[in-house]
Design a protein around this ligand. Structure first.
Ligand code: NCD
Length: 306
């Protein structure tokens, strides 16, 4: 069904298609031998023009676990981008060597451009402050696994909602599910972009914007914490002023529901104190592992081996 398809934004896949990816990821999680050699002989190019730990490593782990191989770069300084090669030309080359491309790039819209120039599927692993659809697949799978379904819940997004691409993708994706209420908690300077709010309004999503995390804690079922995106700031002083606006600690967790789950795309800097890690409701490390299973499901689907 997804064979040969690119993933640039979360809406590129229907809800039914995402659902079948989640079921496949759950099957792989339960039986790690399932699909083990299904991608033998296939190559995945991982082109990372921006830093990454989880996204790149989980894609590479996913491809290796499926029996395929990976090639690529984790630092654009070691690619011909450093000599001034255009993204279109880099993509033309990578798509003539590999069967699929995973790309992270600091420019908004770069994944769409890459998909246009590629002869193989392109998976957006983050395009600037715009979108990060495979993190969204990871987040949705985590919610489904831990809460049983993706509907009828209040999701609190907290932190850098302006530059946080994982927030933009997840909010747009959640808007397609039933009875999801969203609370956006950020300082005034880091509020959710207007274009995302317009999409939510068009889809009649119930949402509100607040500045304080404490007052929202008792209402929230899924708390999505985010890092202030230092690399997207024009001015380091603004970053320093805003970086510690929210710090989730054991005391704040006391006001949370007993079946709350706390997610974070990671890396965390200061916004979740380490004392929260031992709280049963902290789900961010489990979430990162679900990311590998959902990427295995995605790769096997776009490469057409399932
Ligand atoms: C996120 C990203 O790159 O947008 N990280 C990730 O892929 N898990 C979040 C972040 O960097 O803050």
């Amino acid at each position: 069904m997804l064979k040969g398809r690119s993933l640039v934004e979360p809406e590129d896949f229907s809800l039914a298609e995402m659902d079948s990816l989640f079921s496949l990821a759950e099957k792989i999680e339960k039986d790690e031998k399932y699909l083990r050699d299904s991608c033998r002989g296939k190559l995945l190019a991982t082109l990372f023009f921006e830093p990454s730990t989880r996204t790149r490593l989980s894609f590479e782990a996913a491809m290796l676990r499926l029996g395929g191989n990976c090639l690529g770069f984790a630092d654009p300084g070691s690619s011909s981008a450093a000599k001034g090669e255009s993204l279109a030309d880099t993509i033309r080359m990578a798509s003539s060597y590999a069967d699929a491309i995973v790309m992270r790039n600091p420019k908004e819209g770069s994944a769409l451009l890459a998909a246009r120039y590629s002869s193989v599927p392109v998976i957006n692993a983050g395009d600037g402050g715009h979108h990060h659809p495979t993190q969204t697949l990871t987040d949705l799978l985590t919610i489904r696994r831990l809460l049983g379904s993706i509907e009828n819940m209040t999701v609190g997004f907290c932190g850098d909602l302006k530059f946080g691409r994982t927030v933009h993708s997840l909010a747009k994706a959640l808007a397609r599910y039933e009875k999801i209420k969203m609370i956006f908690i950020s300082p005034e300077e880091l509020v959710l972009p207007e274009y995302i709010k317009n999409i939510l309004e068009k889809q009649n999503v119930e949402f509100c914007e607040r500045e304080k995390l404490e007052e929202s804690m008792p209402e929230i079922d899924v708390l999505y914490m985010t890092r202030v995106q230092r690399e997207r700031f024009f001015n380091e002083n603004d970053y320093i002023r805003l970086k510690d606006t929210y710090v989730l600690n054991a005391e704040k967790m006391q006001a949370g529901k007993k079946d709350l789950i706390v997610l974070h795309p990671l890396p965390r800097v200061n916004e979740i104190s380490v004392e929260v890690d031992t709280d049963k409701r902290a789900a961010y490390f489990a979430q990162a592992r679900y990311g590998m299973f959902v990427r295995m499901a995605l790769l096997s689907s776009v490469l057409g081996v399932v």
